[in-house]
Write a protein that binds this ligand. Sequence first.
Ligand SMILES: *[C@@H]1O[C@H](CO)[C@@H](O)[C@H](O)[C@H]1NC(C)=O
Ligand SMILES: *[C@@H]1O[C@H](CO)[C@@H](O)[C@H](O)[C@H]1NC(C)=O
Ligand SMILES: *[C@@H]1O[C@H](CO)[C@@H](O)[C@H](O)[C@H]1NC(C)=O
Ligand SMILES: *[C@@H]1O[C@H](CO)[C@@H](O)[C@H](O)[C@H]1NC(C)=O
Ligand SMILES: *[C@@H]1O[C@H](CO)[C@@H](O)[C@H](O)[C@H]1NC(C)=O
Length: 430
Amino acid sequence: MNSKETPHLLINLLFLLFLHQISCSSPAFLLPKQALPTRSGYLPVNSTTGSAIFYTFYEAQTPTSPLSQTPLLIWLQGGPGCSSMIGNFLELGPWRVNFSHTQNVEHLGLEPNSGSWNRIFGLLFVDNPIGTGFSFAATEEEIPRDQFSVAEHLFIAISGFLESDPLFKTRPVYFTGESYAGKYVPAIGYYTLKKNLNLPESKRVNLQGVAIGNGLTDPETQITTHAVNAYFSGLINERQKSEIEKAQWEAVKLVRTGNWSEATNARNGVFNLLQNMTGLATLYDYTKRIPYQTSLVTTLLQIEEVKKALGAKESIVFDECSDVVGDALHEDVMKSVKYMVEFLVKNSKVLLYQGFFDLKDGFRRVNEELAGYVQKWGGLSHAVVLGAGHFVPTDQSLRSQAMIENWVIEKGVFGNDLEQPLSDNFTGSI
Ligand SMILES: *[C@@H]1O[C@H](CO)[C@@H](O)[C@H](O)[C@H]1NC(C)=O
Ligand SMILES: *[C@@H]1O[C@H](CO)[C@@H](O)[C@H](O)[C@H]1NC(C)=O
Ligand SMILES: *[C@@H]1O[C@H](CO)[C@@H](O)[C@H](O)[C@H]1NC(C)=O
Ligand SMILES: *[C@@H]1O[C@H](CO)[C@@H](O)[C@H](O)[C@H]1NC(C)=O
Ligand SMILES: *[C@@H]1O[C@H](CO)[C@@H](O)[C@H](O)[C@H]1NC(C)=O
C-alpha cells in the first residue's frame, strides 16, 4: 500500500506549484457581485478587548416561508482552528472556488453551487473561535482553551447577529458543522438551551436542532474504531491492525488518567500510523487534505480585493487553519461532549451524518449495514451519505442539500419513525 504514497506526493507537489504560481501572479480578482454575501463583517465577543468573530451571511435564495420564519443554519468548521470559509467556498456555500490552467496561465474563479445549503434557508458561516480565519483575537490568552469558553464567545456573537435585524430574532436556528465542530456544535447547543432558561423571551436564541458531519464528539470511543474500520475496509493487514490497536489503547489509557495533552499526541500518533500504513492522504491532518484543495480557498482569501469585498480586517493574513488556535485547544481534543449531545437529543433534535468513505472521524461500525440508510431514534437521526468522504457537501452537494433540508423540515425519510432506505437525493419514501 505504501507505493500509493509516491503518486500522491507528486500530485500534491505539482498542485502546490500551481498554487504558488497563482499567488505569485497575484491576479486582480474581483468577487462577482452576485457572489457577495448578503452581509458580512465582525460580531464583537468582548467590547473591552475588541476581539470579534468574522462572519458571512447568505439569505435564503428561494425561501418557502416568510423570512421571519425561515430557518437559519449556522455553520462551524473543525480543526481546531480551521476557517468556516472552507465550508463557504469549498463545501456548502452558494459559490465555490474553481481553478483552471490554460495556456500556461492559472485562473481562479467561482462557480454557483446548486447544492448550496442556502436554497431555502438562511446560512451563516462563522470563523470560530477567535484567532481562526478572519476572526480577531486581541491577545493569545483570550483564545478559548475549552468548549465552555468557545460557547460563551459564540453565544455573544450570535446573539449580536440575531439582534442586528428584527427579522432574525424569531427564526428557527440550527447549529451545524463537521469534524472538530463535533465539539463546538454540541457545546454551543447545550450552552444555548441552558442559557435560554435564564433569559427573557426577547434575548433567547430560538434553537431547534444541531447537525454534525463526521464529528469528533466522544474521542475515547471513537479512537478505538480506526483499526477495525481500516482492517475491514481492506486497507491494512492483521499485524498492522494489532499495532494500531495498541496505539489506540495508549490513547484511551491517557484519557482515563486525565493526561490530556499526551492523549491528543497519542491520537495523532494513531493517525500517523494509519497514514503510514495506508498511504491515503485523506486520513492526514486537516491542512493536508490536498484532495479537497482547501488551499484554493486560502489563495482566494489572500487577495486584497476579496478581503475588502468581504469586510475582513486588512491586517489579518488569511490562513485556512490557525496553529495558535490548534495549540490553545490541544488539551481539549480528547475530552468528550457526549453528555451534551444526549441533552440535545432530549431537548431539541440532532442529526449525525457521515460520508461513507471517511476513515478518520465517524460512528461507523463494522458489520453494520449502513449504506444508504437513515436511522431515527426519537430526537436523534443518523444518516450515511454514499459516495462522500470527510467533506460530505463537497463530494455530494445535492445529496447533502436534500439531507439537511429534509431533516430540518421533517419530510421524506426524516418524516417518520421507520427506518427507510434512501432515495438518490434523500427525498423519496421508498
Ligand atoms: C472581556 O475581556 C476582559 C479583559 O480581558 C475580561 O475581564 C472579561 O471577562 C471578558 N469578557 C468576556 C465575556 O469574555
Ligand atoms: C469556474 O466555473 C465557471 C462556471 O462553470 C466557469 O464559467 C469559469 O470559467 C470557471 N473558472 C475557472 C477559472 O475555472
Ligand atoms: C503523561 O503521559 C506521559 C507519557 O506517557 C508521561 O510521561 C507523563 O508522566 C504523564 N503525565 C502525567 C501528569 O501523568
Ligand atoms: C512513518 O514512516 C516514516 C518513513 O518510513 C518514518 O520515519 C516514521 O517514523 C513513520 N511514522 C510512524 C508513526 O510510524
Ligand atoms: C430527487 O430525485 C428525484 C428522482 O431522481 C427527482 O425527480 C427530484 O426532482 C429530486 N429532488 C430534488 C429536490 O433534487
